[in-house]
Design a protein around this ligand. Structure first.
Ligand code: LMR
Length: 341
């Protein structure tokens, strides 16, 4: 009898606990000036980078628009999470917002490597058209992200990537033979370097400067602003203005956290993000231009331009990347992007 009574009490307690935690799912987070909602935003670049400055701008706008009922805690420079774990931290809700270079989303969906397909984007305007397209929205709101409790809200820009290295001037595909490059993530970048006879290693952003300095790799590819704000010019001798691929960001949030925000606050935060995105695009343009000047003025890097014929030679060398990955990235996405030109 005692045993039955005990079992009954335990079951009752279990039901109560389940009911409480289940109910929690539907509750809305309380927000007031004294106890604001804190949006934890983790990223890997420095505070003076395009992304770092845009994150600060976003924080300011959130605080203004919500009248202090929401704020953003920014964790820059991989200080909380780096490339290896920031996506997992978002999925588990340990951070609420990240803005990774989209290729790093390859962990969940290989189509994000569209950004690495060589010479896919003709110019900046083409990238902007894509950011605003239905195709881009379908990536941000894909089922696979939803199944992982995350959702993409906006595209932030950085810009075109350029090759740097400390071995020799890189003017044509053959010059890459035997040189080892740092890559951000994924098989497409590996294939891109293979197509040039070069080697590559995936190294997190936070460890790249040391890898270049210590000779773990000889070179890397990045935007002017990332090169400059990471001071790669101190450890690289040559930079080829190749514009062979892009580096752009997706702004992703943890969906349960987002859904729990009171609706009026969420709308204000989304408005802040929309406005920050416009500012971010301009910032990307201005900061990359200033960074190119900084790199040139450092006097440490020889800057090499490519003729049209040299670009064509790279384009031909990269055809194998399209053969290898066209199906994975999907013809729908690749043709759709080309059609936006
Ligand atoms: C890189 O790893 O080179 C970039 O993705 C870093 C960044 O976030 O811009």
């Amino acid at each position: 009898m005692k045993k039955i009574a005990m079992l009954f009490i335990i079951s009752l307690l279990a039901i109560l606990v389940a009911a409480c935690s289940g109910g929690d799912k539907d509750t809305t987070t309380e927000a007031s000036k004294d106890k604001p909602i804190i949006i934890k935003f983790s990223h890997v670049t420095s505070i003076d980078s395009v992304k770092g400055k845009a994150a600060e701008q976003f924080k300011k706008l959130v605080e203004e628009k919500t009248d202090g009922k929401a704020t953003v805690e920014i964790y820059p420079s991989s200080q909380l999470y780096g490339d290896a774990d920031e996506l997992d931290a978002l999925v588990s809700g340990n951070v609420h917002m990240i803005a990774p270079s989209v290729t790093k989303m390859v962990k969940l969906d290989p189509r994000w490597q569209y950004v690495d397909m060589p010479f896919l984007f003709a110019d900046r305007d083409h990238a902007h058209k894509f950011f605003q397209s239905d195709l881009a929205k379908s990536l941000l709101n894909s089922e696979i992200l939803g199944n992982n409790d995350i959702m993409g809200l906006e595209f932030w820009e950085n810009g075109f990537k350029h090759f740097t290295n400390n071995k020799q001037p890189l003017q044509k595909p053959e010059d890459f033979k035997g040189i080892k490059f740092r890559a951000q993530a994924g098989k497409v970048l590996e294939s891109q370097f293979n197509a040039l006879g070069a080697g590559s290693a995936t190294i997190s952003f936070g460890e790249t400067y040391a890898a270049l300095q210590q000779g773990t790799v000889d070179g890397q590819e990045n935007t002017f602003n990332n090169i400059d704000t990471q001071k790669y010019q101190e450890v690289q001798k040559y930079m080829t203005l190749s514009e062979h691929g892009r580096l752009d960001y997706g702004v992703f949030v943890n969906k349960p956290f987002w859904d729990k925000m009171p609706e009026d606050i969420r709308k204000q935060v989304e408005e802040a993000l929309r406005e920050s995105t416009e500012l971010e695009w301009q910032l990307a343009f201005d900061e990359n231009a200033a960074s190119l000047e900084n790199i040139k003025n450092s006097g440490k890097v020889e800057v090499l331009e490519l003729t049209d014929a040299e670009r064509d030679a790279f384009s031909a060398a990269f055809e194998s990347v399209y053969e290898e990955f066209g199906e994975t990235i999907t013809p729908e996405l690749l043709d759709g992007i080309r059609d936006l030109k």
